[in-house]
Design a protein around this ligand. Structure first.
Ligand SMILES: [Zn+2]
Length: 83
């Protein structure tokens, strides 16, 4: 990863962050980026605004295969925003 975190990097980090799998160092990077990037901030807000069931499911209560598909979906949505 380069010194400055790009939006694309941030999506990767964000997904790990939401899974609670981010190191303190990477979380700091992510938060620094989110603080100065409104598309990413909006993405996170939108994500947090999704129904609790969905978030819970994304976190751990759906089959791995579905989680992967959902992750791909989020990534592709994010790619549209950051283009
Ligand atoms: Zn961004």
């Amino acid at each position: 990863m380069t010194a400055s975190t790009t939006c694309k990097d941030s999506v990767e980090l964000l997904l790990e962050y939401l899974d609670g799998e981010l190191t303190d160092e990477l979380r700091a990077k992510l938060e620094a980026h989110l603080g100065g990037c409104s598309p990413c901030e909006d993405f996170l807000k939108g994500y947090k605004a999704t129904p609790g069931l969905c978030r819970k499911a994304l976190a751990r209560e759906i089959p791995k295969e579905v989680a992967v598909k959902l992750t791909d979906f989020l990534r592709s949505e994010m790619a549209k925003v950051t283009k």
